[in-house]
Design a protein around this ligand. Structure first.
Ligand code: ATP
Length: 244
C-alpha cells in the first residue's frame, strides 16, 4: 500500500452498488484527505446516502473497495475512528437527552462529561433543559441537534453527516456551521451531504458532485465555479449535473 492510499481518511475505488436492477452507484472513485471538510452534493436520488451506507457497512456492494484510514470498510476497526449522524435521526424515544448523550458516548468507548455536553449544547443553541426532557418531547430541529451533539461528543477523527443542517432554523444552521468549522480547525475530518450549496461553499475545502451514481466533479468549490465560469456554486453545480 503506498503512502497516499494509507494516509487517506476515506478512499472509495470502483464502487458499484445495485438495488435489484437499479444501479445506484456506478463505479465511484473518491478520496477524502485527513483534515478536509468534504461536501458530497447531488440531486435527489444521485446516490449520496447509498455511498455513505456502503462506507458504514450498512449494506453490501457489488464491486469496488472502501477504506477508512486504510482499513477496509467492512472491518469494525474502520468505523471505530468515525462518528455518523444519519439524515433522519431518531433516538430511542424513551430516553432523556442526557441519557441519550451518555449512552452514545459510553457505547462509543468514551467517558461522558456533563460539562462538555453542556458546553456543546450551548454552542449548538440547544437549551440545556433538553438534557432533562424525554427525547419524544423534543421538536424535530431539537432532536437533530441532540443527534449532532452525540456525534460530536464521540470525539472521533472523522465525522460523517447526512444532511446535518436540514430542518434547522436559521440560528441553528449558523450554530451548527460554527461548530463544524471549529471541529475542522481542531483537525477533525468532515464528510457530509447537503443540498444547500451556500453551506457547502462556506464550510468545504473539497466537494464531489454525484449524478446518477457517478462522480462528475471532485475538487475545491472554486474550481467548479471556474470550470463553468460561473460566479455562483449553485449555477456551476447545475451545469455540471446537466452535463454542459
Ligand atoms: P436524496 O438527496 O434524496 O437524499 P440521495 O442522493 O441520498 O438522495 P440515495 O438515497 O442514495 O440518493 O438513492 C440513490 C438511488 O438508490 C435512488 O434511485 C434510490 O431510489 C435507490 N435506493 C436507495 N435505497 C434503496 C433501497 N433500499 N432499495 C431500493 N432502491 C434504493
Amino acid at each position: 500500500m503506498d503512502t497516499a492510499v494509507a494516509s487517506a481518511a476515506v478512499r472509495v475505488a470502483g464502487l458499484v452498488k445495485r438495488f435489484g436492477k437499479r444501479e445506484a452507484l456506478s463505479g465511484v472513485d473518491l478520496e477524502v484527505a485527513p483534515g478536509e471538510a468534504f461536501g458530497l452534493v447531488g440531486a435527489n436520488g444521485a446516490g449520496k446516502t447509498t455511498l455513505l451506507k456502503c462506507m458504514l457497512d450498512f449494506c453490501a456492494f457489488e464491486a469496488g473497495r472502501i477504506e477508512i484510514f486504510g482499513a477496509p470498510s467492512a472491518e469494525a476497526r474502520a468505523r471505530a475512528r468515525l462518528a455518523y449522524v444519519p439524515e433522519r435521526f431518531l433516538p430511542p424515544h424513551y430516553l432523556r437527552g442526557r441519557e441519550f448523550l451518555e449512552l452514545t458516548v459510553r457505547l462509543g468507548g468514551g467517558a461522558y462529561s456533563e460539562d462538555a455536553a453542556r458546553a456543546l449544547l450551548g454552542e449548538l443553541a440547544l437549551e440545556t433543559e433538553s438534557l432533562e426532557q424525554p427525547v419524544r418531547e423534543l421538536s424535530k430541529g431539537m432532536t437533530q441537534k441532540l443527534g449532532l451533539a452525540g456525534g460530536f461528543l464521540l470525539a472521533r477523527e472523522l465525522i460523517v453527516l447526512d444532511e446535518p443542517m436540514s430542518g434547522l432554523d436559521p440560528a441553528s444552521r449558523v450554530a451548527v456551521k460554527t461548530v463544524l468549522a471549529r471541529l475542522r480547525r481542531e483537525g477533525r475530518t468532515l464528510l457530509f451531504t447537503s443540498h444547500v450549496l451556500a453551506d457547502v461553499e462556506e464550510l468545504c475545502t473539497a466537494i464531489a458532485v454525484l449524478e446518477r451514481g457517478r462522480v462528475r466533479f471532485r475538487g475545491a468549490p472554486a474550481e467548479l465555479c471556474a470550470r463553468y465560469a460561473e460566479p455562483s456554486l449553485e449555477r456551476a453545480f447545475l451545469r455540471c449535473v446537466h452535463g454542459e
